[in-house]
Design a protein around this ligand. Structure first.
Ligand SMILES: [Zn+2]
Length: 270
């Protein structure tokens, strides 16, 4: 039996103006330039299955962290013809505030999380402000309620969630960051999430500054490359370049792009 193919969409729901120095662990203050950040969730669906990858943050979190909020990532699914109450499976790549908010808006979904991520987000390292800064305790507590309600499915390492769709723990950025490998009509794609915020983090082997383990993050770049059919099949977590390289779902919907089709341009060369 041949593998199913999935459609893959990126929805941009927020953005933040920042500079290059904010996005790399090795800073070059003499050559700092604007390098804005986009915030996405991703929809992955076949004829048989539908997965939401990450759940974004809400307007309150955007205000608190001074991000520009464009739209509720969950309500935005309607623009793709998807009612949010039909989302049965959510893959949380990790539990940072920009990936794991809005849980209460998905009251019937099951959440796929790496066990190492939950342990990290509720463990001793969260006693350090620098480690917990990108987590929102209310989001984490919401997910703990999900554990007690038997709505969280824990994974350890690599796991197939459906034919043609697997998650892979890479860690690095956080203890339990997982990436998503998905079979599409153009081959195997990888939603790298924050294994590589920008194309350039991976290309230059230069991690984003929020990182638990630099070595694991660098190994994670290799894992992403190994699991994807080509550089064109890798989708970084926060790069505005994604919206320039891939076609809009339809004219006028500027923040909704289709990823399982050929990009307009090749990925920036290494
Ligand atoms: Zn992120």
């Amino acid at each position: 039996m041949s593998l199913p193919t999935y459609e893959v969409y990126a929805i941009r729901y927020a953005r933040h103006d920042r500079t290059r120095g904010d996005n790399f662990i090795v800073r070059d203050p003499l050559h700092d330039v604007p390098m804005p950040m986009d915030y996405f969730v991703w929809l992955v669906q076949s004829a048989a299955r539908r997965f939401l990858v990450d759940t974004g943050f809400n307007a309150d979190a955007a205000r608190a962290r001074k991000r520009v909020f464009l739209r509720c990532p969950i309500e935005s699914l309607a623009a793709l013809g998807v009612a949010s109450n039909t989302i049965t499976d959510v893959i949380l790549t990790h539990l940072h505030y920009d990936h794991a908010g809005n849980i209460a808006k998905l009251p019937t979904a099951r959440f796929h999380v790496q066990e190492a991520e939950m342990a990290y987000a509720t463990g001793k390292y969260m006693t350090y402000p620098v480690m917990r800064h990108a987590y929102a305790v209310d989001d984490v507590v919401e997910l703990v309620h999900g554990v007690y309600d038997e709505r969280v499915q824990f994974h350890e390492g690599d796991q197939e969630l459906a034919p043609g769709l697997t998650v892979h723990k890479v860690g690095g950025h956080t203890a339990g960051l997982q990436i998503v490998r998905v079979h599409t009509r153009r081959g195997w794609m990888v939603l790298a999430s924050d294994a590589s915020h920008y194309y350039a983090n991976m290309r230059e082997r230069s991690p984003f500054p929020i990182v638990l383990h630099v070595g694991h993050m660098l190994d994670g770049h290799r894992t992403v490359e190994r699991l994807a059919d080509s550089p064109d099949h890798i989708i970084p977590g926060h790069d505005p370049e994604v919206r320039r390289r891939f076609p809009l779902v339809r004219a006028g919907l500027d923040d909704f792009v289709r990823l399982d089709v050929q990009p307009h341009a090749a990925a920036p060369a290494g």
